[in-house]
Design a binder for this molecule. Structure first.
Ligand code: G3P
Ligand code: MG
Length: 228
């Protein structure tokens, strides 16, 4: 079972910042997850649609220019990064799981990944996930080889069918609603099962015993050491 750095290593550093992402990699996370939103034609790495919780500013993201956004302190003197800064920082040392937090980010993420692949990067450096299944469907139509992870907060009546219909790589489920039936159903459909957000040793070990393939965790080093 792999440990995916959630918003970098947000248990130890300000979430979705370059230091947080670098820390997740140095702690040994093979994948790092971050959240992206579109702002004025750029891709910015932030979870919420406001800057209130994660910076020293207030207001909707949409009220800011990119330059204004980069004036904000995202914790410990860090800036809100652009997605290109994150990709360049990682530089193929880990798989980057890009979670789309809005529909407008989908075509921009596609263009960015195509650009890096055209420059010789392996497509395996990227995976795109989202709760917005129609945007994942659109991405898969545009770029069938792109790996996608389909996020869901609950377990529906048809288990993992919706992820198979999207030709997804994985189904990414909330740890509070996961059960053995959906894990087994996903595996029968050749889908990986990733679970968010797992920060306790007992839950981590229980999910490993259930056959889960990966966990998103705020504490990559703790979970990696536990599983070693
Ligand atoms: O991708 C897993 C997880 O990040 C999804 O939820 O709200 O933490 O982005 P959230
Ligand atoms: Mg996320």
């Amino acid at each position: 079972m792999i440990c995916i750095g959630h918003r970098g290593a947000r248990g130890y550093a300000p979430e979705n910042t370059l230091v947080s992402i670098e820390l997740a990699i140095t702690q040994g996370a093979p994948w790092v997850e971050i959240d992206v939103r579109e702002l004025r034609g750029e891709l910015v790495v932030i979870h919420d649609e406001t800057v209130d919780r994660t910076t020293d500013g207030t207001g909707l993201l949409s009220q800011f220019s990119i330059a204004q956004l980069q004036q904000l302190d995202a914790g410990k003197g860090q800036q809100i990064p652009l997605l290109t800064q994150v990709v360049d920082l990682i530089d193929q040392r880990a798989v980057l799981n890009i979670e789309l937090k809005d529909s407008a980010s989908a075509p921009l993420v596609l263009a960015l990944i195509e650009d890096y692949v055209n420059r010789g990067w392996s497509l395996d450096n990227f995976i795109v996930s989202s709760f917005f299944h129609h945007d994942l469907h659109w991405l898969k139509q545009q770029y069938p080889a792109l790996r996608i992870g389909v996020l869901s907060a609950g377990v529906g009546m048809s288990y993992a069918v919706f992820a198979q219909e999207l030709s997804a790589y994985s189904i990414n489920l909330c740890g509070e609603s996961i059960n053995q039936q959906i894990i087994d159903d996903a595996h029968q459909r050749q889908l990986k099962v990733m679970v968010y957000t797992v920060n306790s040793a007992s839950q981590c070990l229980a999910l490993q015993a259930m056959g889960v393939d990966g966990i998103f965790t705020d504490f990559p080093s703790d979970m990696i050491n536990l599983l070693a």
